[in-house]
Design a protein around this ligand. Sequence first.
Ligand SMILES: NC(=O)c1ccc[n+]([C@@H]2O[C@H](COP(=O)([O-])OP(=O)(O)OC[C@H]3O[C@@H](n4cnc5c(N)ncnc54)[C@H](OP(=O)(O)O)[C@@H]3O)[C@@H](O)[C@H]2O)c1
Length: 303
Amino acid sequence: MQNRPIFVTGASSGIGLDITRSLAAQGHPVYATARKESDLQALAAIENVTPVRLDVRDPQQVREAAELVARHGDGLYGLVNNAGIGELGLVSTWTDEELLDIFDVNVFGPFRLTNALLPLLVEARGRVVLISSQGGMISKKYYGPYTMTKHALEAYSVALRDEVAPHGVLVSIVQPGGVETSIGENSFAGMLRRFERAQPPFKEEADAVLASFNAPPEPPASDEESESNRKPSPPALVTEAVVDALFSAAPKFRYLVGTKWEGDRVIQALIEKLLDENDNPVHNYSQAELAALLARKIEERKK
Ligand SMILES: NC(=O)c1ccc[n+]([C@@H]2O[C@H](COP(=O)([O-])OP(=O)(O)OC[C@H]3O[C@@H](n4cnc5c(N)ncnc54)[C@H](OP(=O)(O)O)[C@@H]3O)[C@@H](O)[C@H]2O)c1
């Protein structure tokens, strides 16, 4: 499984850089994308890495990136759609332009790039990995548009998986909780702008959030929600899931990555959704039927 060419977006920092370093160290040729000249130079200094200038919002640059890979002539085994932005704020404070921009990066970006590289991936019977988020499964206040983009990736990945699997390409979606990267720092100015923009009756709450940025951190609420359970994971945990998705003989479709506290939160939110859907007069299961269904599905997965 060495010498498998992989394309990784958003390799200038955080998760993308960790994935790039790890794959390159394992001997895989990595096409690693960045936007700033200094980041491209830093990537060029890593053995096995070919830096590629790419803003995923630019269709022309996407086409040129795909042409560059095709020209190299070694094919492409894997695509890791990692580039993304993590902007936050009350939904009522977002402008149309901001909403379009976060979708452009987080959804249209992977969509464009996957389409552009698909012929090479089909030829190699390769793999596509999407870096989503636990926010692709759950949402909460202030995370509206970010989690909207990650929910969109979830729907996209299911359709893509079912369309490309018959042609030998396997798709996985990786869903990290909090990860120690610069994503918060990179989106801080935009988040501040939006909280400052809040209008009554939301202004009081927004001002309290702004004030909390200057307050000392609160002690953990309980043992279960302790600091250690909630604290962000290292990027290496995400890389581990990506490597499995790329090279395992039987990769999982969904990789939930993070602490137990974060994972429990996702599973419980999914159970809440299931119970909401089941709570209607026509299509519903009894408690016993639901338990039997779950037991049957668990058995099916063991086969
Ligand atoms: N950190 C977390 O807690 C966390 C949790 C769940 C999911 N994720 C996901 O993980 C992925 C990576 O995030 P990270 O935490 O590693 O954040 P990060 O350190 O801020 O890295 C984000 C990367 O995306 C790139 N990027 C941003 N806009 C781009 C654009 N228009 N075109 C091309 N590249 C662009 C950045 O490049 P520049 O340096 O040029 O801006 C950077 O390389 C994202 O999809 C994010 O949603 C992160």
